[in-house]
Design a protein around this ligand. Structure first.
Ligand code: GDP
Ligand code: MG
Length: 441
């Protein structure tokens, strides 16, 4: 995609912003790339629409080409769509013993993944885990789970011949309670395709087990079929998450995007091999890179990002040197802080700011506080932001009320602004020398 796009954009002269035509041309290529990556058509269409809206009119910075700029927007949007839970690897398994139901087509990797997850829960979370195979269709499947259990040191429910899956599920529950297990994993029988009889069986198991989590295990190499499978299982059984297996192969990852977009259910884990350790928490960045089909995309995008930030910082520095520091500047600073996860942002690169940073830290300056302060600034008019000295009693009342806060909160913000503006002025007097210490320039 990157080659194709830069081809398209080589012919374009650099302009200040992406034009509608630039974006449309680029989107044609992005669309092809998405379809080639196995993203389903309606999902690709929605995706393109969202990107188009964001890309048209977006500023193009000096050091990246419009093509790179579009790629960055596409990449960011991919991550936004792919991102589900904040912590996809953390299963909701409080209140022991917690049942976890594993479902999926035959050969998708259910049994292997069951054991991988069991090992992970045992080793990383110190859980006492029990595994049970409900696969009565293939006797070897039960043996397979038992062998894996021995290998990873996790108990499996003893095999009783002639039992049906519902009976096994009930026995697993009893055993898990009596044995003091934290969690028990139910590995269900596979099916070659969505098949009514086996679906009904899974449904019956679900009803007796009442699982805390129902994980669908799908082969990441099956592309479009994986999406259909996910849709079917989700509407019939109700899943809480997806595990994509065989991502060590040359799966193109588009299925992940479609599945996420269509079912709305998070992708939790990715299987990266047959070994018991080959299971990783899902990372949207990785799949996004895969969908865009280029190894160097991430580096490229990061460079673009850094450039954007450096330019923004440079512009701001110039203003500070002139002694200008209004509420809009404060807002950018606050936003920057949030992005950098606290006070490690631009301010800490400036001399003289360390002391203020400590004060702010002491005042319990966290994301929540910052968000409230940004809300206050947002509640000001354009004029007030440009000139905070305008803030007199009646204006203060209005602004505070608009942000759902007290005037005293606003006063604190104004005081902080005054202190920072003073500090900036002093810095400005120091001149350019030394101001951009820390590699911003
Ligand atoms: P089930 O029928 O859904 O229970 O599937 P199995 O767990 O028995 O897996 C079928 C085959 O796929 C086995 O040979 C596994 O070793 C293999 N397998 C499972 N997950 C992965 C994976 O993430 N990568 C690779 N390369 N192979 C896998
Ligand atoms: Mg199996």
């Amino acid at each position: 995609l990157s080659e194709r796009l830069s081809g398209v954009f080589d012919r374009l002269t650099k302009q200040g912003a992406l034009s509608e035509d630039d974006v449309r041309t680029a989107m044609r290529e992005v669309r092809v790339a998405l379809l080639e990556a196995d993203v389903s058509l309606p999902v690709a269409r929605d995706f393109i629409k969202a990107v188009e809206k964001k890309a048209t009119g977006a500023a193009v910075t000096k050091s990246v080409t419009p093509g790179q700029q579009v790629i960055k927007i596409v990449h960011d949007e991919l991550i936004a769509v792919l991102s589900g839970d904040e912590d996809p690897g953390r299963l909701k398994i409080d209140n022991p013993p917690a049942p976890v139901l594993m479902v999926g087509l035959q050969g998708g990797g259910k049994t292997t993944t069951t054991a991988k997850i069991a090992k992970r829960l045992k080793e990383r979370e110190g859980k006492k885990v029990l595994m049970a195979s409900l696969d009565v269709n293939r006797p070897a499947a039960m043996e397979q789970l038992a062998i894996l259990g021995t290998q990873i040191g996790v108990d499996t429910l003893p095999i009783v011949k002639g039992e049906d899956p519902v009976a096994i599920a009930k026995r697993a529950k009893t055993q898990a309670s009596l044995g003091g297990y934290d969690v028990y994993l139910l590995d269900t029988a596979g099916r070659l395709s969505i098949d009514e009889e086996l679906m009904a069986q899974v449904e019956a198991v679900r009803d007796v087990a009442n699982p805390r989590e129902t994980l669908l295990v799908v082969d990441g190499l099956t592309g479009q079929d994986a999406v259909t499978t996910a849709e079917n299982f989700d509407s019939r059984i109700g899943i809480t998450g997806v595990v994509l297996t065989r991502m060590d192969g040359d799966g193109r990852g588009g299925a992940a995007l479609s599945m996420r977009a269509i079912t709305g259910k998070p992708i939790r884990f990715v299987g990266l091999g047959e070994k018991m350790d080959a299971l990783e928490t899902f990372e949207p960045q990785r799949i996004a890179g895969r969908i865009l089909g280029m190894g160097d995309i991430v580096a490229l995008v990061e460079r673009a990002q850094e450039t954007l930030e450096a330019e923004q910082a440079e512009r701001m520095m110039k203003r500070f040197q002139k002694g200008q520091f209004n509420m809009n500047d404060l807002k950018s600073q606050l936003e920057q802080m949030m992005k950098m996860g606290g006070m490690q942002g631009m301010m800490s690169m400036m001399p003289g700011m360390a002391k203020m940073q400590k004060q702010l830290d002491d005042a319990g300056f966290d994301d929540k506080v910052i968000k409230r302060q940004i809300a206050l600034i947002n509640s000001m008019t354009k004029k007030e932001r440009a000139n905070p000295d305008l803030m007199q009693a009646s204006r203060k009342k209005r602004v505070a009320a608009g942000a759902g806060q007290d005037v005293s909160d606003l006063n604190k913000l104004l005081k902080m602004h005054r202190q920072m503006a003073d500090a900036m002025k002093k810095l400005g007097k120091m001149g350019k020398k030394g101001l951009l210490r820390g590699g911003l320039g």
